[in-house]
Ligand binder design. Structure first.
Ligand code: TYD
Length: 205
């Protein structure tokens, strides 16, 4: 089963994932992330740091996704494992839909076409939602802030995320990011545990 965790920068994804390591350890999940830890992921981080043009950047994010699928996601799913990814294709649909405006006529249609036929759709996606001011205040200490981390862009990215969630309510679970970290982690772990249990009982003959 493939679970993804999405949200704007500063939404608390990293702390959530850290807690899930402990709360779900008995299920031995495969924890992963995009951009990934392959050399392709390194090139994505370089493109982001050097503010490459938005189309180059989007294509590199998609290349990283392809490498992620072939090296880790597909092989793990084929073994029946639980895969939990910190960011995945919805990050492209939310962030690049904004960064590509003015460069591509219909960025979402272009991004969907770019992924069509080879991507793997998540079974469950948690979207952490919180006021952009709060998210930014959490990352204000950080050095070398990415160019995505500005108020105007993150407002729009969060709107895109919410629109994606609205269009696919059976996959998305909205999480109130202003709640206590422990409460969020307990809730998310519980939903994943139930869903993974159900998916395993369906697999049994
Ligand atoms: P990352 O270093 O993982 O930051 P975070 O810890 O906030 O997840 O991701 C770098 C940035 O890349 C982050 O601002 C979100 C952005 N991003 C995209 O714009 N598109 C994508 O497809 C992905 C995976 C990330």
């Amino acid at each position: 089963m493939l679970v993804t965790i999405e949200g704007i920068d500063g939404s608390g994804k990293s702390s959530l994932v850290l807690s899930l390591h402990t709360l779900l350890s008995d299920l031995s999940p495969v924890f992963t992330r995009e951009p990934g830890s392959t050399w392709v992921g390194d090139q994505v981080r370089r493109a982001v740091a050097e503010k490459a043009d938005p189309i180059t950047e989007a294509l590199l994010f998609a290349a990283d996704h392809a490498a992620h699928l072939s090296t880790l996601v597909r092989p793990s799913l084929e073994r029946g494992l639980l895969v939990i990814s910190d960011r995945y294709s919805d990050s492209r649909y939310a962030y690049q839909q904004e960064t590509l405006k003015g460069y591509i006529d219909d960025p979402l249609a272009w991004l969907r076409a770019l992924h069509a036929g080879w991507t793997v759709c998540p079974d469950l996606t948690f979207l952490i939602v919180l006021p952009v001011d709060e998210a930014l205040s959490r990352i204000k200490e950080k050095q070398n802030r990415e160019h995505f981390e500005n108020h105007r862009l993150l407002e729009k990215v969060q709107d895109q995320y919410l629109a994606l969630a609205k269009s696919d309510p059976s996959r998305f679970v909205l999480v109130d990011g202003t709640k206590d970290e422990g409460e969020i982690a307990g809730f998310v772990a519980g939903v994943i545990r139930d869903a993974f249990g159900r998916s395993r009982s369906h697999r049994r003959p």
